[in-house]
Structures are given as structure tokens and as C-alpha cells.
Design a protein around this ligand. Sequence first.
Ligand code: 13P
Length: 248
Amino acid sequence: ARKFFVGGNWKCNGTTEEVKKIVTTLNEAEVPSHDVVEVVVSPPFVFLTLVKSLLRSDFHVAAQNCWVRKGGAFTGEVSAEMLVNLGIPWVIIGHSERRALLNESNEFVGDKVAYALSQGLKVIACIGETLEQRESGSTMAVVAAQTKAIADKVTNWDNVVLAYEPVWAIGTGKVATPAQAQEVHCELREWLNQNVGADIAASVRIIYGGSVNGANCKELAGQPDVDGFLVGGASLKPEFVDIIKSAT
Ligand code: 13P
């Protein structure tokens, strides 16, 4: 069985005071046990150690990005080795905002995923189509190409969570319907089955992201191939707790 996974991507948001407030809310929440749901929150780099030091021990932290290879003369970047050194277990890689705004290609994302894994990080690898791509009928071709670029570089998928985040659903309030999410997750699992292996297809968690909130999470969570969520806006609010609870 695939353990339900709920990630909170705080993106480029928060002050020290706001971050402390979110952590307090999470620390006081009554949620299903760690055996049932894995909870990972992803603050901006500058707040990672603060959040890690304050956060309850059954929740974990993720960075939102890391450098593609070993650190060095790369001004402004943060390396996978540094995250490991700080005891940060997870990293989000290939978020659509970075793909679109910072021109991260499929190949670059694949290299990043592989390097982060090689250093011992666990990776939330993001994929997803734009509205234009969906409307032209190329959703599956797009997410398959994004997944292939990762699969080309990765052999061990134990520490990978695949996040399907349709770009048109991110930050728009236009959540995918449960049927839309299930369809893509199911096809992605079949792609993994055909191209990577049956065991990996059965065990890799495929989580959904894009306008998930306290009201729509339950029905999405009920889909057989939806193994959790990557939550943006709602992860900054108390309703994130309701999303965690949708695991059961
Ligand atoms: P929203 O939940 O704000 O739509 O963002 C989703 C997302 O991009 C999570 O990584």
C-alpha cells in the first residue's frame, strides 16, 4: 500500500512571524498518525532551519529547489549537499513555476532529480501540462515526456514522489475534477508500468497539486491513483490540517 502523502509548498511566502504561526497551528493539530500519512512542508530556503527546529517530529521539511550538481561557484544557488548537511530530508524539483519562469527544461529537471537522490535527498518531482497543451489533446504526451526525462536518469524510485500539477490548476482556483486527476494519475502509473517496471509503478506515490483546498480534497483523495497532494495557497492556512485529515 502506498502511504498517503501531503506536501505543503509555501512558495515565496512568509515572514518569520507568519512562519512561526503556521508551524504552531500544525504542531497543535490532531491528525492521523505518521503510519497513515506523511506530511512534508516546504518553506523558502531562509526559513528551513527555523521550521525544522520548531516543527513537530512526525512532520518533515523540504527545500523548494536545489542546484543541479555539486556546489561551487554558482552564485545564488543552494546545493543538495548543503540540504543534507542541514538535515533537510526532502526537496521539490521541477515545479512548473521554475520550469516556466526560470526555463528549467525536462532534461535539467531530470539531472536535478538524479543528483539530489544521489546525495541522499528524497525528491518530490513535479510534472504537468499547460491549458493550451490540455486543450490540444497532448496532456499525456507532455507528462510522459517530463516523466521520461526523470526516468532516463533515475534507477531507484524508492525516494521519489511524483507530483502531477496541471499548470492551469495552479493558483487559479480551477481544481482538476477527481475524474481528470484520476485519469492522468492512472495513465502515468501505466506509463511507469510499461517503461520503468511493474513494482515501481505499483509503489510510487503520485500526488495531485493545483487549487487543492479543505473543501475539494476529500473527493480527490478517494480516487484510487491519487496518493496525496502538493498544496500551495491552502498550505499557508489552517485548512491545511483538513487536507492532511483527508488521508483517512
Ligand atoms: P495552489 O495550491 O496554490 O494552486 O498551488 C499548487 C502548487 O503549485 C503546489 O506546488
